[in-house]
Design a protein around this ligand. Structure first.
Ligand code: F6P
Length: 366
C-alpha cells in the first residue's frame, strides 16, 4: 500500500511556494510507493467541517515553479490550536481543533506532513510534532527572519521587486529635486530594506534594529542639496521605530489574525521631517503586497526546489520534527525546537551589510 504525505502552505503567500510543492511531488514520484496530497488553505482543509485535500500528481504540478502564490492556497489566520468558530450570537470563539486534526490525519491514512511556512507556521509544526504527528518544515518568508537558514525562499524575489521599484523612484526624485521615502515589508527584520538600500544605492536606510532620529535623517537630506538642487532616496522598513521605540500600525480586526498590521511608518517619517523644518518636496511610496506577488526569481526557484526535494527525503527517512535549512552550499536540517528559538534579525554591530552600507556613506538615521 502507498504511503501518504500531506503538504500545507501556511502564513502569507510567498514567491517559490509552488516550486517547493513541485519539488516534493517530483521527488516523491520517483519512489513509486508514495502519494502526495495538498491540504487546502493551510490546515483549514483538515479543520473545517468538510475536509478539503487534493491529490498532487506530477501532471498537476508540471510547470508551476514559475508561478507566484500557492496552488493549494494559504491563510495567516487561525490554525489548529486557535481555530475561529462563529457563535450563534455572532461573536467568535477560538477552538483548539488539534485533536480533531490528528484524528482526521489517521482516518485519511496520512503518514506525514510537510509544512511550508514562516516562524508562526513552524511554531505550530513544533506543537504538532509534540503531539506525535510526523512533520517536516520548510522555511518560507519574504522577511528572511528565520534563523538557522542562510536564506528563506521568497526573500530574494522581494528584494528584486523592491530594488526595481526603488530604481524607478530614483530617476523621478532626481528629475524633481524630491525626497522619496519607500516603505518596504519585513515585519521586525530589516533585511528587505537593507538589501534593497544597498542594491539601489539609497542615501538613507531605516531598519527596525536601529532606532532612527529624524534630525539625523534631516541632516543627511540637507547634505544632498545645494541651492535647492538635489534629491534624496530613503528606504524604510515597515517595522522601523523612532527613538520612542514604537512601531507604526494598527491592531487587526480580522478574526484569527494575531499580528499588529504594520504600515504607515513612511508617512510618519515624512511628517516628522516636515515638523523639524525639511522643506523639500517629500513623497512616500508603500510597496506593500507587490513584494510578495508574481514570478519568483531564478534564485528562489532553485532554493525552493532544493527545499522541496530535501523535505520529501527527510519524510522518507523518517527524520521528523525538523526544518529543512540552507547552509551554503548544502541543504541540511535542524530541529524545529532550534529553528524557532530566536528570530533572524540584523545585528547592527556585527552585520557586514551594515558595515558595507556605512562604508558607502549610507545613513541609518542614528
Ligand atoms: O511575513 C510576510 C509579510 O508580507 C510581512 O512582511 C508583512 O508585514 C505581512 O506579511 C503582511 O501580512 P498580510 O498579508 O496579512 O497583510
Amino acid at each position: 500500500m502507498s504511503k501518504k504525505v500531506l503538504v500545507a502552505t501556511g502564513g502569507g503567500d510567498c514567491p517559490g511556494l509552488n516550486a517547493v510543492i513541485r519539488g516534493i511531488v517530483k521527488r516523491a514520484e520517483q519512489e513509486g510507493d508514495w502519494e502526495v496530497y495538498g491540504c487546502i488553505e493551510s490546515y483549514n482543509g483538515l479543520l473545517k467541517d468538510n475536509v478539503e485535500i487534493v491529490k498532487l500528481t506530477g501532471e498537476k504540478v508540471s510547470g508551476i515553479h514559475i508561478k507566484g502564490g500557492t496552488i493549494i492556497k494559504t491563510t495567516n489566520k487561525g490554525g489548529p490550536f486557535h481555530f475561529p468558530v462563529k457563535q450563534d450570537d455572532g461573536t467568535w470563539k477560538m477552538e483548539d481543533r488539534s485533536e480533531l486534526m490528528k484524528k482526521r490525519l489517521e482516518n485519511l491514512g496520512i503518514d506525514a506532513i510537510i509544512s511550508i511556512g514562516g516562524d508562526g507556521s513552524q511554531r505550530i509544526s513544533l506543537e504538532l510534532a509534540k503531539m506525535g504527528i510526523n512533520i517536516v518544515g520548510v522555511p518560507k518568508t519574504i522577511d528572511n527572519d528565520l534563523s538557522c537558514t542562510d536564506f528563506t525562499f521568497g526573500f530574494q524575489t522581494a528584494v528584486q521587486i523592491a530594488t526595481e521599484a526603488f530604481d524607478k523612484l530614483v530617476t523621478t526624485a532626481e528629475s524633481h529635486n524630491r525626497v522619496f521615502i519607500m516603505e518596504v515589508m519585513g515585519r521586525d527584520a530589516g533585511w528587505i530594506a537593507l538589501h534593497t538600500a544597498i542594491a539601489g544605492g539609497a542615501d538613507v536606510c531605516i531598519i527596525p534594529e536601529i532606532p532612527y532620529d529624524p534630525a539625523k535623517i534631516a541632516e543627511k537630506i540637507e547634505s544632498r542639496y545645494k541651492n535647492g538642487e538635489g534629491f534624496c532616496n530613503i528606504v524604510i522598513a515597515e517595522g522601523a521605530k523612532a527613538l520612542d521605540g514604537k512601531v507604526t500600525g494598527h491592531e487587526s480586526t480580522t478574526i484569527g489574525y494575531e499580528h499588529i498590521r504594520l504600515g504607515g511608518v513612511g508617512d510618519k517619517l515624512k511628517m516628522e521631517l516636515q515638523q523639524i523644518g525639511v522643506e523639500h518636496d517629500i513623497r512616500v511610496t508603500v510597496l506593500g503586497h507587490l513584494q510578495r506577488g508574481g514570478v519568483p526569481t531564478a534564485y528562489d526557484r532553485i532554493l525552493a526546489t532544493q527545499f522541496g526535494v530535501k523535505a520529501f527525503e527527510l519524510v522518507k527517512a523518517g527524520k521528523f520534527g525538523n526544518l529543512v535549512v540552507y547552509n551554503h552550499p548544502n541543504i541540511e536540517y535542524v530541529s524545529l525546537t532550534k529553528a524557532v528559538e530566536k528570530p533572524n534579525l540584523v545585528n547592527p554591530d556585527t552585520s557586514y551589510l551594515v558595515h558595507t552600507a556605512r562604508g558607502i556613506g549610507m545613513s541609518f538615521g542614528d
